[in-house]
Structure formats: structure tokens, C-alpha cells
Design a protein around this ligand. Structure first.
Ligand SMILES: NC(=O)C1=CN([C@@H]2O[C@H](COP(=O)(O)OP(=O)(O)OC[C@H]3O[C@@H](n4cnc5c(N)ncnc54)[C@H](OP(=O)(O)O)[C@@H]3O)[C@@H](O)[C@H]2O)C=CC1
Ligand SMILES: O=C1OC[C@@H](O)[C@H](O)[C@H]1O
Length: 398
């Protein structure tokens, strides 16, 4: 009974966090949002309510009505609409940082434009359609002295750091394999015309759930894949370049095999029993045991880590949950700021603002890391015989 109450309280507070007054000592960071994308409330406007140094100052959408509705619903001060709205937002002198949740294929163009206008950027994952574009954006941000962060939010939540800590403790012995499954049920979240099914916009399951699966493999293996052993895609019926699903197996240093399985549209069981929830599981197999992690992508709602170790004939099992940094008993994560209801997006916002303010964020996703993730995604596409997502034709004016 207590745990059901704790669950509801945590989820309710994550979605309705206490509103924090803007700090009087410091200038707040004023965000502008490119588009009225569905992810924005979760990734920015809700966490911003609770951040004492963040104001969501403006939103731009292709339709003014849509921008105004979004602004009204989420308490955003200003709305820009129309064909020039994105540029107007970027040029707004009251905006310090841009949140870019446009379709993947537009990430490069609008991030480059925002950086050119002197704005910091919190950029949705994956950074761009190609590794080459990713490098160009991060190089440009460095040249301009601006902060650019790929919004790989799960990496800012303490859960995945605890998983890595268990692996590194040697408890399950040398790591042999890491398996990632991230699949979402048909019809519940994505309509047939979703941006994820559009090749020109950088669609495909490897770009979407594959971003996380590959990222988590690389993070937990603490290395880059040396080759893709096999990769097989489930093609979209209207455009075979778009992978509705992908399974791939990758070789990592130290004889670790990583595997990913992604799907944008898992059919109902037996063709008629609907599935409702996405599945995000990770299984790490070591020489002396296993770690199973359920729901590491959005852990605040619910998750568990199950550690199984073998000692001769005896098998020991234990379950851990890491909602707050304090749940990690030893090591630097214990010192992180955060509550059990903080979402991965709230932790991410904390880090992004810290970086902008010249403080040291507790953790970060580097330019090299963002590049390497796209590179690994490209290796999978190549092995599967699919073309890379199209590079943007946008070029910054000289
Ligand atoms: N971090 C996370 O947990 C998540 C991240 N994402 C990432 O965020 C991004 C957006 O995803 P999501 O919110 O699901 O997407 P949506 O389709 O809801 O939003 C995309 C926005 O892009 C704008 N847009 C501009 N040009 C086009 C175009 N040609 N076609 C379609 N839309 C266009 C639209 O803006 P307008 O309002 O101006 O019409 C639309 O609101 C993706 O990169 C995705 O990978 C997505 C979900 C979760
Ligand atoms: O980033 C994401 O996280 C959750 C998924 O369901 C979604 O498709 C993806 O874009």
C-alpha cells in the first residue's frame, strides 16, 4: 500500500513539480523553443517550473495559433508564428538559449542558425542526421564559445550511473554481453504520418529508440564498437529506407558483444491483444552473474535493477531502485542534487544551466560522445544495407 502511494506521489510530483521562484541573485536563463513539439512539456516546460534559474520566454511555431495555444497552456511569455517564426525566435534579444526539438532532419540547420545568432542550444537527440553534421555543429559551438548539449536525458539520471557502478565493482565478473531492447507498441504513441516514418526528416527506429540503445551500450561498455557483426531491418511498407525495426549485434573491445533491438510499431499480441507500454530493458551478462535493468530511459516513473550472482551452486538475487541520487550509497552520484521525483529531463536541465552559468555539471555528454553515437548508428545502417539519413542542404552564409 505504502509503495503504491509513493509511486503515485512520485509520478504526480514529476509531472506537477513545485513551482520555484526565480532566483533574485542570478540572471535567469531565458529559453526559446523551436516549434510546439510534443516532447517540449516533458523535456523543458515542466522541469523549468521547478528550476530557479530558468524562464521559458518564447515559443515559435509554423502556425501562430499553434504557438499561442502552446504558450497559453505552458505559461510561455511570447509566441511567434508563421514562416519566419523560427528565425524571429532565434533573433529575439530576450532569448539566451534555444531548445531544438525539431524533426531530426532539421536539427543541423536550426542549431547552426541558433549558434550563429550567439545562442546556446539544448538539442534533441539524435544530434543530427549524420555524424559529419554533428561534428560541424559542435565545432561551431566551440568556435563561438557557446554551450551545445545533445539531450540524451537518461544519462543525467542517477540510475544508469548506479548500473555502471555495479558493473565496475566486479560483482558480476568480466562483462561478456550487453543486450538492449527498446520497442514501442503500435498505434499508442505514433500515428502513421509521424516524423519517425519520414526518411527526409531523418526517420527510422535506429535514429529514434536506436539512439538510446546504442548510447547506453557505448556508455556501459565504456568504449566504442569496433564493428557491426550483423544488422537486419524491418522496412517500412511505403519506404524501405525507413527501418520500422532493427536488430543488430556489435563487437566491442575486450570481447564484449552488444546487441540492440528496436521497433516503432510492435503489433498487438496474437494480432488482437493491444500492448500499451513501451519496453526498455537492458541485460548485462558477466562471467559471474547478470544485471537486468527495466525502464532505464524514463526511470522516474518506475524501474528496477535485478542483480543475480552465482557462487558455485548457489544463486543470489537482489533488487535495487535508484530514484534519487541518495539511493546510490557510495561514490560521487550520492552528492548530486536531486529529488526522487526529478525526471531525467529535470536532471538534464540542472546540468545544462550549470554549464551556462560556469558551474561544473555533475555529468555531461561531450561533443565526441555525441559524434561517436551517430557514427555507431551509421555503422548499423551500413551493415543493414540501408542508406544514411540525408545530410542537410543548409549552408551557413559565409
Ligand atoms: N528526449 C526525449 O525523450 C524525446 C525526444 N524526441 C526528439 O524530439 C524531436 C521531436 O520529436 P516529437 O516531439 O515527437 O515531434 P513532433 O512531431 O511532435 O514535433 C516536431 C515539431 O517540428 C516542427 N516541424 C518543423 N518542420 C516540420 C516538418 N517539415 N514536418 C514535421 N514537423 C515539422 C513542428 O513544429 P510546429 O509546431 O512549428 O508546427 C512540430 O511541432 C525529435 O528529434 C525526437 O527524436 C522525441 C520524443 C522524446
Ligand atoms: O526520445 C524518445 O523517447 C521515447 C520514445 O518513445 C520516443 O519515440 C523517442 O523519440
Amino acid at each position: 500500500m505504502t509503495s503504491i502511494f509513493v509511486f503515485f506521489k512520485r509520478v504526480y510530483t514529476a509531472l506537477n513539480p513545485p513551482v520555484t521562484l526565480i532566483s533574485a541573485q542570478d540572471e535567469p536563463i531565458r529559453f526559446g523553443v523551436l516549434s510546439a513539439a510534443r516532447i517540449t512539456p516533458m523535456a523543458l516546460t515542466i522541469p523549468a517550473k521547478n528550476h530557479p534559474e530558468v524562464i521559458v520566454a518564447a515559443v515559435a511555431a509554423r502556425s501562430l495559433t499553434r504557438a499561442q495555444e502552446f504558450a497559453k497552456k505552458w505559461g510561455v511569455e511570447k509566441a511567434y508564428g508563421g514562416s519566419d517564426a523560427y528565425q524571429q525566435l532565434i533573433d529575439d534579444p530576450n532569448v539566451d538559449a534555444i531548445y531544438n526539438p525539431l524533426p531530426n532532419g532539421l536539427h543541423y540547420e536550426w542549431t547552426m542558425k541558433a549558434l550563429a545568432a550567439g545562442k546556446h542550444v539544448l538539442l534533441e537527440k539524435p544530434s543530427a542526421d549524420t555524424a559529419d553534421e554533428t561534428k560541424k555543429m559542435f565545432d561551431f559551438a566551440k568556435e563561438k564559445g557557446l554551450v551545445l548539449l545533445e539531450a540524451g536525458h537518461y544519462r543525467f539520471h542517477p540510475l544508469i550511473h548506479r548500473v555502471k557502478q555495479i558493473m565496475e565493482s566486479g560483482e558480476i565478473g568480466a562483462i561478456k554481453s550487453i543486450e538492449q531492447i527498446f520497442v514501442i507498441p503500435r498505434g499508442v504513441y505514433l500515428k502513421p504520418d509521424d516524423i519517425r516514418y519520414d526518411f527526409a526528416l531523418g526517420g527510422g527506429s535506429m535514429m529514434d529508440q536506436g539512439y538510446y540503445a546504442i548510447n547506453c551500450l557505448r556508455f556501459l561498455a565504456s568504449s566504442e564498437p569496433t564493428s557491426v557483426i550483423s544488422a537486419s531491418s524491418l522496412p517500412h511498407e511505403k519506404d524501405s529506407r525507413v527501418d520500422v525495426g532493427m536488430t543488430a549485434s556489435l563487437a566491442f573491445p575486450n570481447d564484449i558483444i552488444g546487441s540492440v533491438s528496436t521497433h516503432l510499431s510492435v503489433p498487438p499480441r496474437f494480432g488482437f491483444i493491444p500492448r500499451t507500454l513501451p519496453k526498455t530493458d537492458c541485460k548485462i551478462i558477466g562471467e559471474k552473474g547478470e544485471i537486468f535493468v527495466n525502464n532505464w530511459v524514463v526511470p522516474t516513473f518506475y524501474h528496477y535493477i535485478e542483480v543475480t550472482t552465482k557462487d558455485g551452486d548457489k544463486t543470489k538475487k537482489r533488487v535495487e531502485k535508484v530514484y534519487s541520487p541518495k539511493d546510490v550509497k557510495t561514490g560521487p552520484v550520492n552528492e548530486w542534487k536531486g529529488e526522487n521525483w526529478w525526471t531525467s529531463y529535470r536532471f538534464q536541465l540542472e546540468a545544462f544551466v550549470a554549464k551556462l552559468k560556469g558551474r561544473e555539471p555533475v555529468t555531461w555528454i561531450s561533443a565526441e560522445d555525441s559524434y561517436a553515437n551517430l557514427k555507431a548508428i551509421e555503422m548499423v545502417y551500413e551493415k543493414a544495407g540501408l542508406p544514411l539519413r540525408p545530410a542537410s542542404i543548409f549552408q551557413l552564409p559565409a
